[in-house]
Write a protein that binds this ligand. Structure first.
Ligand code: HAM
Length: 423
């Protein structure tokens, strides 16, 4: 029986993987300029972390986690997102004691959610995310949002829509929660079973329900914006003021609630509005999570961040017809004719490689013509030809594949010659 890849996962093959490297490098460079430092946390954590961190009324925790018992009887979960792990590490490593506040971190790596796979929705996907911990300044909210936008724009995307909302502070959310309960309770029996439990536990989650999204009560549900207290409203105004100053265009969407429990104040999503983009248009999501550090056992510390998946970013690039400038070809292919030349070619490519030149030779015992074809397929910029005769004269013939020009170069200066040509 032939094996098949598990549903909702994918192999990133050569040719495609270069695009991932390019995107990741671009995002890393942008993070360096914004002074965000990389953090690497484990791919699995104690299940309890996500129950607390992500919230036990969310779909992620209730339906989508890859949870198993390890051989020591501990409940372990493959991380469904990165924020809970980063906060765990922040607390465990006492980063709150560092004089350099806020702590600005980024991460890139696979996340796991047992969702129904479809275009843009995978069971293993790669998130690039940032988290800024320790600042309550609305300017950092604007910075985080601007950073996310810059990643997309640096890659050439234009058809983007940024939506923001405020979920307010605790007081505002309690008032909104009460209004939601009053709004839904009379007709909650018309909603799915999940929503019926959500009414008591976390009525905000009803607004995020995939099954009941078309129920008429959804459109008329009380909006959080109307329940923001003065402080929350003032905070939200400042975030918008900074975004405007930074030239970041946005829309306010009072219906934006996000699928995780830890958010308060600023919440945002970036969507693609490219024509022909699939049904799932959200490319990036994030927001402020001021209670999370405490929830995970640390001192009261504010935080804000976002995550985007590379899979959806690639889909957006495709929808806008953008090709990334990824170099595929090699610098030099060494063609050898004759036994002695073949032996020597092993040393020649080794020297090239050690000098920083991408070089290849034949390992399939191909005839000369077939070696040239192989060089072509690898898009070699130069082909160097050596036969036993050249070897005796200590020279090599170098052909520039762009111009067709061919020159004889001494073997001793060949590496240097090519290095100069390639700059
Ligand atoms: P999230 O909205 O659950 O937030 O996910 C963020 C992004 O991850 C989504 O906008 C989407 O691009 C991508 N994503 C989510 N699920 C999938 C999937 N099944 N397949 C492909 N891509 C997916 C979070 O994860 C939060 N931790 C974000 C955050 C960081 N908030 C504050 N800091």
């Amino acid at each position: 029986m032939a094996f098949q890849i598990p549903r909702g996962t994918q192999d990133i093959l050569p040719g495609e993987a270069e695009k991932w490297q390019y995107i990741e490098q671009m995002a890393r460079d942008i993070c360096r300029r914004y002074n965000y430092k990389e953090i690497r946390t484990p791919i699995f954590e104690h299940t309890e972390l996500f129950l607390r961190g992500v919230g036990d009324t969310t779909d992620i925790v209730q339906k989508e986690m890859y949870t198993f018992e390890d051989r020591g009887g501990r409940s372990i979960t493959l991380r469904p997102e990165g924020t809970a792990s980063v906060v765990r590490s922040f607390v465990e490593n006492k980063m709150y004691g560092d004089p350099n506040q806020p702590i600005k971190l980024y991460y890139v790596g696979p996340m796991f959610r047992y969702e129904r796979p479809q275009a843009g929705r995978f069971r293993q996907f790669v998130q690039f995310g940032v988290e800024a911990l320790g600042s309550n300044d609305p300017a950092i909210d604007a910075e985080v949002i601007a950073l996310a936008m810059e990643i997309y724009q640096a890659l050439g995307l234009k058809k983007l829509k940024l939506v923001i909302n405020s979920l307010g502070d605790k007081e505002s959310r309690i008032a909104h929660r009460e209004a939601l309960v009053n709004h839904f309770k009379g007709r909650i029996h018309e909603f799915c079973e999940d929503c019926q439990t959500r009414l008591e536990k976390n009525p905000l989650r009803i607004l995020d329900c995939k099954k009941d999204r078309d129920h008429e009560l959804m459109a008329t549900a009380p909006s959080i914006i109307d329940y923001l207290n003065d402080e929350s409203r003032h905070y939200f105004d400042k975030v918008q003021m900074y975004l405007t100053k930074l030239g970041v265009e946005f829309e306010v969407d009072p219906r934006l609630v996000r699928g995780l429990d830890y958010y308060n104040h600023t919440a945002f999503e970036i969507m693609s509005n490219a024509e022909g983009f699939g049904a799932i248009t959200t490319l990036c999501g994030g927001g402020r999570y001021n209670g999370l550090v405490q929830e995970i056992g640390g001192p009261e510390t504010p935080g804000i961040g976002f995550a985007l998946s590379i899979e959806r970013l690639l889909a957006a690039l495709e929808a806008e017809g953008i090709t990334l400038p990824v170099a595929q070809g090699i610098d030099c292919y060494v063609v050898a004719l004759g036994e002695k030349a073949k032996d020597e070619s092993v040393v020649i490519v080794d020297k090239l490689r050690k000098a920083g030149i991408a070089a290849e030779k034949d390992y399939q015992d191909r005839k000369v013509k077939a070696q040239f074809k192989a060089a072509d397929r690898l898009q070699a910029k130069y082909v160097a030809i050596i036969g036993d005769e050249e070897l005796e004269k200590n020279v090599i013939n170098v052909k520039d594949m762009a111009t067709g020009e061919q020159v004889e170069v001494s073997l001793d200066s060949f590496t240097e010659y090519l290095r100069e040509k390639l700059v």
